[in-house]
Ligand binder design. Structure first.
Ligand code: ASP
Length: 412
């Protein structure tokens, strides 16, 4: 039975990888005509988005009510936020270091750089606004907007914690959410059957529409970002995983394959969340209590790839405009990029909006963002995949640490 399951999972992953590879190939060969099939990719994204809110709510409520002791939530929370903070800071540092080494912006032609229409508007970063987002004015509105996920998470945690104090009265409500959670996970499985087609359509249409010309123009910047992302994804995160979780890293990463392919094709960690949860819980055996807490919050606030990218983009633009950044200014890049990545939404191009925020904080020309806009369709996909990998490693690491702590509590 397990053998059959394994084979099916492998088959699905291979079809998803084929979806990406053939997508790039068809997009390259047939160009803009591939935009016609975008609708099949949009259906995939819509299906994922449609279940995010009920899935997050049900899984968090089930996770919190099954903890046994609400104090455990504090422990998971503490370890999770420490992990997020450390990995985000490391990612930004890597971004700054590789940009200093490669200096990709030096000599780049800045004539005609303009703020892309899509990014126009007021983008002021305000940490208090982020705190304000924790509590909704109207929960139903937050649920339906699909944008205020943070407040939905907070409400679900509180709701779950309160249910545990109601004894018999809370039981039917908990049972309802257990059923809802199981149903949502089943729907994820059904969506995954369609995923290879959706992935193919998304990748083929975007590659066909954009082509590779723009990529070649600022290839040095692309290489810098890719080197930075690779150091984080292949060295830093694996080192943390091996040091704490001490399990087969290759197998763990392979089990996340479907989530990576989905992240790459949808360029949204929020849309990928249902698949990330399925892979983490069903294939990597991370407890639902941990994953239901670490993954939804991680998708919204823990974005290592985005943080690293922001640092690279800001340094690139400063270099292109011939503005030297002193050590102190690089510290400001570090702080703003770290905070802005927390505030970035888990949707396509959100990281570019936060680049504008960092540029204004440093008094750098915001229209410089126009230099990187043309290639964001590609780099966004790469950083989103790293964002999802960061959350996945986080779920494994936190799960191991929480169970160790609980064991040592019991021994005392
Ligand atoms: N697209 C990214 C994500 O959803 C955010 C970004 O633009 O960096 O994780």
């Amino acid at each position: 039975m397990n053998e059959i399951k394994r084979n099916n999972a492998d088959l699905l992953l291979i079809s998803m990888i084929l979806g990406v590879v053939l997508g790039v190939l068809f997009g390259y060969l047939f160009g803009e005509s591939m935009v016609a099939i975008k609708i099949f990719g949009d259906l995939f994204i819509k299906a994922l988005k449609a279940i995010i809110v009920p899935l997050i709510m049900a899984s968090i409520i089930v996770g919190v009510t099954s903890l046994g002791n609400v104090k455990k939530l504090g422990k998971i929370g503490g370890i999770t936020f420490t992990y997020y903070a450390i990995t985000t800071c490391v990612a930004v540092t890597i971004g700054i270091i590789v940009s200093n080494i490669f200096s990709p912006g030096t000599g780049v032609d800045i004539t005609g750089a303009a703020m892309p229409e899509k990014l126009q508007g007021d983008h002021e970063f305000n940490f208090l606004a982020l705190v304000n987002m924790l509590i909704p004015t109207n929960l139903i509105q937050s649920m339906s907007s699909n944008k205020e996920i943070l407040s939905v998470i907070v409400c679900s945690i509180v709701f779950g914690a309160v249910l545990t104090t109601l004894d018999e009265k809370g039981k039917p409500v908990i049972d309802f959410f257990i059923g809802l959670n199981a149903a949502m996970m089943k729907i994820v499985k059904i969506i995954m059957i369609y995923a290879p087609f959706g992935i193919f359509a998304l990748v083929a249409s975007i590659t066909g529409e954009k082509g590779v010309d723009e990529i070649l123009k600022i290839w040095k910047f692309i290489v810098t970002v890719l080197v930075g992302l690779s150091i984080h994804a292949f060295i830093i995160l694996p080192a943390i995983f091996l040091f704490i979780r001490k399990k087969n890293l290759f197998q763990y990463a392979r089990n996340m394959g479907s989530a990576f392919m989905t992240a790459f094709s949808t360029d949204s960690s929020a849309a990928t969340l249902p698949i990330t949860m399925e892979c983490i819980e069903k294939k990597n055996n991370v407890s639902p209590q941990t994953s239901s807490f670490v993954l939804p919050i991680g998708a919204t606030v823990n974005m290592d790839g985005t943080a690293l990218y922001e640092a690279c983009a800001v340094m690139f633009i400063a270099q292109a405009y011939g503005i030297a950044t002193s050590f102190n200014e690089q510290i400001i890049v570090f702080v703003t990029a770290t905070l802005a990545s927390v505030g970035a939404a888990a949707i396509p191009h959100a990281g570019l909006v936060t680049v504008v925020i960092c540029l204004s904080a440093l008094d750098l020309p915001v229209e410089g963002v126009g230099l990187v806009w043309a290639v964001d369709w590609f780099l966004d996909r790469c950083r989103t995949t790293v964002n999802v990998w960061g959350d996945s490693v986080g779920a494994g690491v936190v799960d191991t640490m929480v169970s160790h702590e609980t064991d040592s509590d019991r021994e005392q």
